[in-house]
Ligand binder design. Structure first.
Ligand SMILES: NC(=O)c1ccc[n+]([C@@H]2O[C@H](COP(=O)([O-])OP(=O)(O)OC[C@H]3O[C@@H](n4cnc5c(N)ncnc54)[C@H](O)[C@@H]3O)[C@@H](O)[C@H]2O)c1
Length: 338
C-alpha cells in the first residue's frame, strides 16, 4: 500500500514516515518546507535505508495534488501539513485559516476526484478546551480559545459532514496530546525555526547552553507542584499510532476519533527534573506569570485507541528526555560547525 504524507518533512510526519517504511509500506511526501527542511528527508532515508518520492509544494495547490495522485498510486492520505503555533495564530488568524482549512479542502476535493477515500487527520487535544474532568475521553465537549484550535475543530466538522454525505469515506481523526522526544538515532527531532513555542525544544536550548533559563508560566495552579500538567508522549509512539490507524482503516468503515496520549500527566517542573537527571545537565528556570488561556492539567484517557487500534504508548518520560537531548546536542554541534 502507498500513502501520501502531507507535511512529511515536519516533526511528527518525519517520524511517521520512518515507522511506515519500517513496516513495509510505501510513501509519497509533499511539503513546502515552511517549517522544515530537506535534510530531514535525507535523514529519514539514512535511518530506514529506503527511498520515497518527494514533491516540494503547497497542499493548497490542487494542480500539483492532482499530478501526484495521477503519478503515484495512492491508497490513503495522512494529513500533517498545517501551521501549529497558537500565539502566532492569534496574531495572524487569516494566515492560519487559509493554510489549515484551504489545504484540507483542496486535498479532500482532489482525493474525491481520484477516488481515494481513506484519510487520517492530525487533530489535537486543544479541541477539548478547558476539560471539566480528567482524564479526557473522546466524547468530552469541544471548544477552542484561539484560531489554531478553531481550525482543528472546523476540519473535524468538515470530516464528519463528509462522512455523513457518503459512506465511501473512511476517516480517522487522531487527537494528539503533547509529543516530545526524538528518534533514537538523533537524526530527526523537533527543531523549530526561531524561539520555540513548545516547552521541550525550549528546555533543550537551555540544557545545551544556548539560552540561560526556562520560563515556567505559573506555579500556582492546583497541581502536584503548582506548575501545569500535560500528557507528554514520545513522538515515536505517536508515529506508531498512525501505522496502527492506517491498518485499522484497511478494513473498517466509518469515522473514528482517537486520543493518542499515555494517560500520565507530568508537571513542567517534573519534566525539567527528568531532563536534568537522565542527562546530568543543569536546567535553570524562573517562574513567570501564568499565560492567558493555559489550563492547569490535561491528560488523556487513551483506552479507546488501546482497545480498537491495538496500540499503546510504550516509552516513558526518561526515554523522551534522553532522546530529545541526544537530538538537541547533535543540532548544537551542527550550529557550531556552521
Ligand atoms: N507538535 C505538536 O505538539 C502537535 C500537537 C497536536 C497536533 N499537531 C498537529 O500535527 C500536525 C503536524 O505537526 P508537527 O508538530 O509535525 O508540525 P511541523 O510544523 O513540524 O510539521 C508540519 C509540516 O507541514 C509543512 N506545511 C505546512 N503548511 C503546508 C502547506 N500548505 N503545504 C505543504 N506543506 C506544509 C511544514 O513545512 C512542516 O514540515 C499539524 O497539523 C499540527 O497542528 C501537532
Amino acid at each position: 500500500m502507498k500513502f501520501l504524507v502531507t507535511g512529511g518533512a515536519g516533526y511528527i510526519g518525519s517520524h511517521t514516515i520512518v515507522e511506515l517504511l519500517n513496516a513495509g509500506y510505501e510513501v509519497a511526501v509533499i511539503d513546502d518546507f515552511s517549517n522544515s527542511n530537506a535534510e530531514t528527508l535525507e535523514n529519514i532515508k539514512k535511518i530506514t535505508g529506503k527511498d520515497f518520492s518527494f514533491y516540494e509544494g503547497d497542499v493548497c495547490d490542487k494542480q500539483l495534488l492532482n499530478e501526484i495522485f495521477k503519478k503515484e498510486k495512492i491508497d490513503a492520505v495522512i494529513h500533517f501539513a498545517g501551521y501549529k503555533a497558537v500565539g502566532e495564530s492569534v496574531e495572524k488568524p487569516l494566515m492560519y485559516y487559509r493554510n489549515n482549512i484551504v489545504s484540507t479542502l483542496s486535498l479532500l476535493e482532489v482525493m474525491e476526484e481520484n477516488n481515494v477515500y481513506k484519510f487520517v487527520f492530525s487533530s489535537s487535544a486543544t479541541v477539548y478546551g478547558k476539560p471539566h474532568t480528567l482524564p479526557i475521553k473522546e466524547d468530552f465537549p469541544l471548544s477552542a480559545t484561539n484560531p489554531y484550535g478553531q481550525t482543528k475543530l472546523m476540519i473535524e466538522q468538515i470530516l464528519k459532514d463528509l462522512r455523513t454525505s457518503s459512506d465511501k469515506w473512511d476517516i480517522v481523526i487522531l487527537r494528539y496530546f503533547n509529543p516530545i522526544g526524538a528518534h533514537e538515532s538523533g537524526l530527526i527531532g523537533e527543531e523549530p525555526n526561531g524561539i520555540p513555542n513548545n516547552i521541550m525544544p525550549y528546555i533543550m536550548r537551555v540544557a545545551t547552553g544556548e539560552y540561560d533559563k526556562v520560563h515556567v508560566f505559573g506555579d500556582d495552579y492546583d497541581t502536584i507542584d503548582g506548575t501545569g500538567v500535560r500528557d507528554y508522549i514520545h513522538v515515536v509512539d505517536l508515529a506508531k499510532g498512525h501505522v496502527a490507524a492506517l491498518e485499522y482503516l484497511k478494513d473498517k468503515n466509518g469515522l473514528d476519533i482517537f486520543n493518542l496520549g499515555t494517560g500520565n500527566g507530568y508537571s513542567v517542573l517534573q519534566l525539567i527534573d527528568n531532563v536534568s537527571e537522565v542527562n546530568e545537565v543543569d536546567v535553570p528556570y524562573i517562574v513567570d506569570d501564568r499565560r492567558p488561556g493555559d489550563i492547569a492539567s490535561c491528560y488523556a484517557d487513551p483506552s479507546f485507541a488501546n482497545e480498537k487500534l491495538g496500540w499503546k504508548a510504550e516509552k516513558d518520560i526518561k526515554d523522551m528526555c534522553k532522546d530529545a537531548y541526544r537530538f538537541a546536542n547533535k543540532q548544537k554541534s551542527k550550529k557550531i560547525i556552521k
